[in-house]
Design a protein. Structure first.
Ligand code: ATP
Ligand code: MG
Length: 233
């Protein structure tokens, strides 16, 4: 079977303001099979976030290819890429960006307020309830972000990132997460990792998770270490 994600000779060079261009990703090739939970580790500046952005189509490579579900991202124009991402790729960003004037529930429902998705209310309600339960946030449903702990805020942001996925009961999606458990204690980290892992197992999702934490990598089917934009062996 063809891999879910196929990366070939990928390079991303930043010219920046420094004296030398920086190859954040340097001739990297990698196949990610459908359903795999891949952890990406490596020191600060090794290219982890850059790699995630390239896979998500949020940044353009200097050279090389990213193929997702058989589609080479380089062949899509901006509009096609936006549609492709909406249908095929979910991203969990590190920053929470919860809206302070909205409750936990309303924050989780934010993706549908943007109006790109036509999902009936019963399905949305069921998805919110399911996510609140699985992220152990039921008791915070009607609370505002400034009354939530850091871990609860992060879990609410992850629930929001997974709303469409749950409401449409999608299978075989690609989910990318940049330090989803950053700065959390191990109990919070386990709640999130268990959910992400179960999405691979129950729905055949493919998960690429950037992390500094060996405890997160323990959940992964495979771990790669980046060093200077390359896979270190
Ligand atoms: N927009 C940019 N302009 C110039 N250089 C950049 C840019 N983004 C990243 N870089 C450089 O590319 C390299 C890789 O950065 P990247 O953010 O991918 O690292 P990272 O592995 O995610 O690090 P961290 O663990 O600190 O988040 C770094 O040397 C960084 O300075
Ligand atoms: Mg990073």
């Amino acid at each position: 079977m063809e891999p879910h994600v196929s990366i070939k000779n990928l390079r991303k060079v930043f010219n920046g303001n420094g004296p030398e261009p920086v190859a954040a990703i340097d001739d990297l090739s990698l196949d990610i099979p459908q359903g795999q939970f891949l952890a990406v580790m490596g020191p600060s500046g090794s290219g982890k976030t850059t790699l995630l952005h390239l896979i998500a189509g949020l940044a353009q490579p200097t050279s090389g290819d990213v193929v997702v579900n058989g589609t080479n991202l380089a062949t899509l124009n901006d509009h096609q890429l936006t549609l492709f991402r909406r249908q095929n790729i979910g991203v969990i960003f590190q920053s929470f960006n919860l809206i302070p004037t909205l409750t936990t529930e309303e924050n989780i429902l934010l993706p549908v307020l943007a109006g790109f998705h036509d999902i009936d209310k019963a399905k949305l309600d069921a998805a919110v309830t399911q996510l609140l339960e699985r992220l152990q946030l039921d008791h915070r449903r009607n609370h505002y972000p400034d009354t939530l702990s850091g871990g609860e805020q992060q879990r609410a942001a992850i629930a929001r990132a997974l709303l469409i996925d749950f409401a449409t009961d999608s299978h075989g999606s690609l989910l990318l997460a940049d330090e989803p458990t950053g700065n959390l204690d191990s109990a919070n980290s386990d709640i999130i990792c268990n959910l992400l892992k179960s999405l691979c197992q129950e729905r055949n999702h493919t998960m690429v998770v950037v992390t500094h934490e060996p405890s997160v990598a323990n959940y992964a089917d495979r771990v790669i270490h980046l060093k200077d934009g390359r896979i270190a062996d």
